[in-house]
Structures are given as C-alpha cells and as structure tokens.
Design a protein around this ligand. Structure first.
Ligand SMILES: [Zn+2]
Length: 383
C-alpha cells in the first residue's frame, strides 16, 4: 500500500500545469511579477492548509472531549432512569396504600355506624330495652348471663371499632411515610433531571464548537479553492505573455531526442498515462515518468535550453522547466533544491536541481514531463 502511494503525482497538477507551459520565453518583468503572484497564492494556500490542520486537531480533541461528556451524560441518564423507576414504584405503593386506607376507613365508618345504630336502638327502647331482656331471665344465673350478653354485644362492637380504628391509623401512618419517601424521591429525580440538563447543555456547547470548526475548515477550503482559481488565471496570463512573445530559438543541435534526467537511476516507478478508466470511467492521468532516486541526486537537463521556471509549483513542489525551443519543454518536479535560475541557459546533462520529495509526493523521485507545444507527451518517445 505504502509502495503504491509512494510516487503518485496528482492529476490535478497536470491540469494546472498544462495551461502553464506553452512556449516559455522572456517578457521577464511581467512574468516574474506573475510568478510572484503565484508564490503569494501558494503561500496563502499553504497557510490555509496549516490552519485547517490546526483546526482539525482542535476538532479532534473537542470530539474526544465530547465522547467523554457523552459517557457522563449516559451515566446520568442511567441514574435518572433508576431514580424514576424507584419513584414509579413508590407512586404505585402510595396508590395501593390509598386504596387500602379508603377500605379501612370505610370498614371503620361502617362499624361506627353499626355501633351507633345499636346504641340508638337501645336508647329508643329506653331502659325497657335492657330491662325487657333482663326481665325475661328465668333465673339469677340466666339474668347474669343476659347482663353479660348485653355487655358483650356492646363491648364486642366497641372492640371491633377500636381494632378497625387502629388498622385505619396504621395504614394512614404507612401512607404518610410513603408520601414522604415519594416526595424525597421526587427531589432525587428532579436533581438528576437538572444534572442531565446541565450536562446536555455542556455537550451541546461542544457540539456547537465542533460545528463552528467545520465551518472554519469550509472557509479555508473555499479560500484554497479561490487561490487555485486565481492561480489558474495567473497561469493563463503567463501563457498569454509567452505566446505573444515568440521564442523561436532552438537550443539543441540533434534531432530533439532527450537525455536521461537522472543519471545512475534507470527504474521507472510510474509511467505516462492518459486514459479513461474502463472501470470507474474517470480520467486517469500521469503527466510524465516517476524516476526514484536517492535524496540529493543531481537532476540534469535532458537537453540544452533556457530555464523558464525555477520555483515552487503546486503539486510538483520545487520545479524546473526548461524551454529547448521548437515548442519543446521539459519539466523536473519534486526536487529538494533548485540549482538553475530562471533565464539561465543550460547545456545537455547540466545539473539543474537535486532530487527530493517536495509537493504532492511521498518518496524521493524525479517527476519528468515532456511538453510539446504546451501539451504533455509521452517522454518515452523522446528518450
Ligand atoms: Zn510523477
């Protein structure tokens, strides 16, 4: 996987560069101004990328904090659920106690009513009520029994009433206790709800912060896109400048075949590709050859010519472009350092840069492109 990624040169760079390199020539003042503009855009883009990175770091730590907060939120929610369940149980117990109390009160009142009616009955009959019962006694022992009987009836009713009264009071006391417990539990639930709300607020604040980070990233991405657009416009201006001032001078003497740009390193890790993928339908393109070499290896001019570009180029990093005349240009990308200067006339095989991995590259290599009349062509046809 790492190996595959290693020498990938972005297709975007090709799209940008292709408008950039029709026949390069002088008109140096304006072109260097334009190139300065490109540099400024590139540094603004670089700053924006750094900002995005730092925002993304902040976002990451905010997200980690949010995760911890969510965990706390969940545990508070669990406590609230348990407290609510307890409250529900107490509420059910209270309802049962209320029903029980109602029943006990009803029974007590009934008994009270019964006793009352018995007493009223005896009262209505006056003393004869008792006496009738007593006078009907057939003997002393019978009389005593009858007296006992009257007493017992009254006493029994009274006893039952007392018993029911006690039961009613016990239930009332139990109900009161449940009521108090329930009130306490209600407070617990309220407290837990408040805790939950507070925690939710903290989480929401974090979420808003993360969202604002996303917004900030978008702004910088828009800035980068705007820079890229502006860069293309500058490149178009450079192209116009180049086409308006013709450079017919041909620097090479042979048939235009080119020398190998990285002496001592012959392996090509990625070749020239322009095709539409039969699978994805996307345009796959690689605008040159990738030649892996050790860091600092001399990169040499493939042919004699005039250096028209020596500087940073989006995607290609530190880049050299040499105009050989006759509409032929060569490009050397991802260098660690640049040796040749703009306007310098170089000979075939002369060192123009040192190998590196700047720009969109993940390993030391030379990206070598050949342009004929402003279009990328397969370097293999020239080597
Ligand atoms: Zn490449």
């Amino acid at each position: 996987m790492k190996k595959m990624k290693k020498y990938i040169c972005a297709a975007l760079a090709a799209a940008v560069a292709i408008t950039a390199i029709p026949t390069y020539s002088t008109s140096a003042a304006t072109i260097s101004e334009l190139q300065q503009k490109r540099k400024n855009l590139a540094s603004s883009t670089e700053k924006a990328k750094q900002e995005i990175q730092s925002i993304k770091n902040k976002q990451l730590s905010a997200e980690q904090e949010m995760e911890a907060m969510d965990k706390i939120l969940n545990s508070i929610q669990a406590e609230l659920d348990a407290a609510t369940e307890d409250l529900n149980i107490l509420t059910a117990q209270l309802a049962a106690a209320e029903a029980e109390l109602e029943e006990a009160t009803r029974k007590r009142d009934e008994q009270f009513e019964l006793l009352g009616s018995r007493m009223r009955f005896l009262q209505q009959k006056g003393s004869t009520g008792y006496l009738e019962i007593l006078f009907e006694a057939e003997s002393f022992s019978d009389l005593f029994l009858r007296m006992q009987y009257v007493n017992d009836i009254m006493g029994y009713d009274k006893e039952i009433l007392d018993e029911l009264q006690k039961t009613q009071e016990t239930i009332q006391a139990k109900k009161k206790e449940i009521e108090e417990n329930r009130a306490e539990q209600e407070e617990v639930v309220k407290l837990q709800q408040k805790k939950l709300e507070e925690q939710q607020e903290v989480v929401n604040e974090k979420k808003a912060l993360v969202a604002s980070y996303e917004n900030d990233v978008k702004k910088y991405e828009q800035m980068i896109a705007a820079n890229e657009k502006a860069d293309k416009e500058v490149l178009n201006q450079i192209a116009k400048q180049n086409s308006s001032s013709s450079s017919s001078k041909v620097y090479y003497t042979g048939n235009g075949s080119l020398g190998w740009p990285v002496p001592g390193y012959s392996r090509v890790s990625s070749g020239f590709v322009t095709r539409t993928s039969p699978i994805t339908g996307r345009t796959e393109s690689h605008s040159g050859l990738d030649i892996p070499a050790a860091y600092g290896t001399p990169i040499v001019a493939a042919e004699a010519g005039k250096v028209t570009y020596s500087g940073w180029m989006n995607g290609y990093g530190y880049t050299i472009i040499i105009n050989h005349g006759g509409g032929l240009n060569t490009l050397y990308g991802h260098n660690s350092s640049l040796v040749a200067k703009v306007g310098q006339v170089v000979s075939r095989g002369q060192t123009v840069a040192k190998c590196g991995s700047t720009g969109w590259s993940t390993g030391n290599h030379c990206h070598f492109s050949v342009l004929k009349n402003g279009a990328y062509v397969n370097p293999s046809n020239y080597l």
